[in-house]
Design a protein around this ligand. Sequence first.
Ligand SMILES: C[S@@+](CC[C@H](N)C(=O)[O-])C[C@H]1O[C@@H](n2cnc3c(N)ncnc32)[C@H](O)[C@@H]1O
Length: 339
Amino acid sequence: MAGIRLPPEDSDISQAARQVAAIDLISDDDRSIAADSWSIKSDYGSTLDDEQRQADAAEALSSAAYRAASDYSSDKEEPDAEAVSSMLGFQSYWDAAYADELANFREHGHAGEVWFGPDVMENMATWTKNVCLEISQRNFPNHVDSTNCLPAGQPEKDLSGWSILDVGTGNGLLLQELSKQGFSDLTGTDYSEAAVDLARNLAQRDGFPNIKFLVDDILDTKLDRKFQLVTDKGTLDAIGLHPDGPIKRIMYWDSISGLVASGGLVVITSCNNTKDELIQEVEAYNQRRNDGSREAGGNQDAAGRDAVFEYVDHIRTYPTFMFGGSVGSRVATVAFLRK
Ligand SMILES: C[S@@+](CC[C@H](N)C(=O)[O-])C[C@H]1O[C@@H](n2cnc3c(N)ncnc32)[C@H](O)[C@@H]1O
């Protein structure tokens, strides 16, 4: 399951990951060890089929955390936060990865890595559209539909009101998929300039010139507008792999809370956290905000709570597998409502 970390394997990579956790700069050697061992980079000349590469890519995020932590020999119940880190938590890693992908795009026209694979991406886009349609019907009292059956043309009308921000968009393919589902106000951001360059080129080539892409760090965002829907596929996972991951995850939720309009949605796809772990993280964030608000004398509801996000639903159709007696899926997608 997302969150079931695969068993540790002897590999150079855990050593490389620890080294990089200690410093903010990554040497070319470390980076190429990581890319080769984890199949992060698309291996265009390899005999690996796409499915295998996608499985490797998803495993990279989860096993990166696991391997670094597993090498931390201690009798503590929880590994130190510092130990759960890898080079995927650093911007320098992504800058180099997307510079390679951009070069491959220019030379061969390849789109690069589809994180977690095209099936997850398509599944996520269709599911997200359906959740948005449901929310639209619930939120807009003047909605003409009083049954569960939408009149012809209504879904497109409902979706046109949804502005979307995809944070850590990478090659931006998720936004292309959401555009195919009928969304039209689409923006992707990434802190890596090369990723944004790649995403723009791909969108132009593939016939999606309306999608906007901007360089922006979600932990220090310069965006000054709110969106109805914020999507994240693998970005919170990457942020959590920084040595300061726990603090950065709180900063992440702070930033997201300012970017989603009230009544809007956040849809997170992760391979490092289960659905339950994501819900717990959001509840802890709500609690923290609630405590802060109480100290500042803020307004609270009758129960004395100030929830920022509320769990809405999660994808139940990802393939599952059995590990250690538990059944789970490699990836979790969860939607939260911004109150
Ligand atoms: C695992 S990749 C996923 C990329 C893309 N969402 C996809 O599904 O293909 C993580 C992405 O998050 C981006 N990222 C990580 N930390 C970020 C931050 N603080 N601000 C913006 N982007 C970030 C990386 O540059 C990278 O593109």
